[in-house]
Design a protein around this ligand. Structure first.
Ligand code: PMP
Length: 335
């Protein structure tokens, strides 16, 4: 029989797919690592499976355990899925800019979701970080992973995502391109790949409005502002980012992220999220640095979570990312 004990055992071993039309005429090959194939819908399933294994080893999980976390919605979904499997509680705080699909998904698993304002500093009491910390302090049996400041975050990707990429490419990889949210993915994968082959370039992608780009290139924090792409970028410097394994950080705007994600959906059949578009846009920018080479791009989550946002033409028009349809365009004809 080929049967898993629980859905958590089905996390990881995601496929890698060659990008054909979007990468046409580029001097480098581009391969996408499809993290939306994880059962909870994102790369964050790996972190949560790894965390639960560690908590279990330490004897920290009891029937009274309540998982409490601040999340842009994917770690929250993975925790919600895990809590459902274990029959334990889960509370997630999320900024209000995140998609209604993400909030509904967590609630479907039985999680208590607390929606916090996006446009407040991290240290404000009403921020999603502060609220998660407070709820964790006040909840008996709470475990607060605090993914932004937890070394297990990068360790999870060092243990699973990195080795998979190495194996799937047979070690023939010139660059790894990845968005930075908590920084767990880029730090863990980057460290693993560089230990195997120090010549591999690790390139981060950071949205306009986030602080990582300026910190990396100029050693100073820029003033953050709200942007639309979800799951990448931060408004303060988080512990989980290991700048020592990052060779470059590319800045991307919302429009380029969304338009590239829509191309991945329509031209490659990859139903991915906006941060996948951001990462792919970054890879397209750096492809000519690697003539004849091979670039792996990580696509963190599924387009299912953004059907009411960038995958909706009317939403794109409303936010100025697409021109309004005229009578002659297929969009108008379909409407
Ligand atoms: N994209 C999406 C959609 C995410 O939810 C996240 C996680 N915040 C990331 C990218 C970034 O991953 P990481 O936190 O490992 O940097």
């Amino acid at each position: 029989m080929k049967v898993y004990d629980s859905v958590l055992d089905a996390v990881g071993d995601t496929p890698m797919v060659r990008i054909r039309r979007v990468a046409r005429e580029l001097p480098a090959e581009i391969f996408a690592k499809l993290e939306f194939m994880n059962p909870g819908g994102s790369v964050k399933d790996r972190l949560v499976r790894y965390l639960l294994e560690r908590y279990e080893e330490a004897g920290a999980l009891t029937p009274e355990t309540v998982l409490v976390e601040n999340s842009s919605g994917n770690t929250g979904a993975a925790l919600s899925m895990a809590a459902a499997v274990r029959g334990i509680g889960c509370v997630v705080t999320i900024p209000d800019k995140m998609s209604p699909e993400k909030i509904a998904r967590m609630r479907a698993f039985g999680t208590k979701v607390v929606v916090a304002p996006t446009a407040v500093p991290a240290e404000a009491p009403e921020s999603y970080y502060s609220q998660a910390r407070r709820i964790a302090e006040e909840t008996p049996g709470a475990i607060y992973p605090d993914q932004y400041n937890n070394p297990l975050n990068a360790a999870a990707h060092y243990a699973s995502t990195g080795p998979e990429i190495w194996e799937q490419t047979g070690g023939r990889i010139d660059a790894f391109v990845c968005g930075i949210g908590t920084g767990g993915t880029i730090s863990g994968v980057g460290r693993y790949l560089k230990e195997r082959d120090p010549s591999i370039r690790v390139i981060g992608v950071d949205p306009e409005g986030s602080v990582f780009h300026d910190q990396f290139h100029h050693g100073r924090l820029s003033t953050p502002h709200v942007y639309q792409v979800e799951g990448i970028g931060e408004d303060y410097l988080v512990e989980a980012v290991d700048f020592s394994v990052i060779d470059d950080i590319i800045r991307v705007d919302d429009r380029s992220s969304f338009l590239t994600a829509r191309r991945l959906v329509r031209e490659e059949g990859l139903l991915c999220g906006g941060s996948s578009g951001a990462a792919m846009w970054g890879a397209l920018q750096v492809a000519d640095r690697f003539p004849g080479g091979r670039i792996v791009v990580l696509l963190p989550d599924s387009g299912n979570m953004y059907r009411s946002k960038f995958l909706d033409d009317a939403w794109m028009v409303r936010h100025g990312h697409l021109a309004a349809p005229t009578a002659a365009t297929p969009q108008a004809m379909a409407a």
